[in-house]
Design a protein around this ligand. Structure first.
Ligand code: GTP
Ligand code: MG
Length: 200
């Protein structure tokens, strides 16, 4: 998938952006949202990543192109949402997170899917549940991606995935998308699924 930076919005404003289908990426600060966007677009420095949580503090939009041989390319927007749940983030930013993200997610007819990134080493937090609740109200699909799987020893994989699935109230851990931006595990599968959701 080819991509370029299209805009950053401290408050959601569609402005002059063309109306393409959208996929957004949500999750705790430092969980790996920007890293995943870079992998999906095969552009290492496109979304800025950092070992310091709280790097992405606005809604960052990338214009991407799904390459479809034969039928022509499909333009879409990838939206990097600001991360949440980090204690060191200034209080003012913490307070602005919910309205900012809500202003984007609520009543958005272009949104095809929200990729919710989760860390296999922690319990889902308050904001993860807020997001799931909003998805239910608004009726947009959420793809729960468990990232940084390279950090989980093989022997504990199934156990941690089951724990996350249970916390989210999913029927089975098969409903989760395990992934690692380091080893690229799960990236191709996720890409394929997102492609299908954009086409629908
Ligand atoms: N081991 C490992 N590290 C990862 C993975 N994905 C991301 N990281 C690292 O985690 C750190 C945070 O990644 P980012 O992509 O910046 O996280 P983010 O979710 O965009 O963070 P915010 O912008 O603060 O919300 C960076 O040091 C990444 O290199 C992964 O799958 N495995
Ligand atoms: Mg980021």
């Amino acid at each position: 998938m080819d991509a370029r930076f299209a805009g950053a919005f401290p408050r959601w404003k569609r402005g002059t952006l063309p109306e393409f289908p959208e996929i957004c990426f949500a999750g705790r600060s430092n969980v790996g949202k920007s890293s995943l966007i870079n992998l999906l677009t095969s552009r290492k420095g496109l979304a800025r990543t950092s070992s310091t949580p709280g790097r992405t503090q606005s809604l960052v939009v990338f214009e991407a192109r799904l390459l479809r041989p034969g039928t022509g390319d499909r333009p879409l927007h990838l939206v990097d949402l600001p991360g949440y749940g980090w204690a060191k983030v200034p209080l003012s930013l913490k307070k602005s997170w919910a309205p900012m993200v809500r202003s984007y997610l609520a009543g958005n007819p272009l949104l095809r899917c929200c990729v919710l990134l989760l860390d296999p080493r922690r319990q889902p937090g308050e904001e993860d549940f807020e997001l799931l609740e909003l998805a239910e109200q608004e009726g947009f699909p959420v793809l729960p991606v468990v990232t940084k799987m390279d950090k989980v020893p093989k022997t504990r994989r199934a156990k941690e995935l089951r724990r996350v699935a249970e916390a989210l109230g999913l029927d089975s851990h098969e409903d989760l998308w395990p992934l690692s931006s380091s080893t690229r595990e799960g990236v191709a599968e996720l890409m394929e699924q997102l492609g299908e959701m954009v086409e629908e």
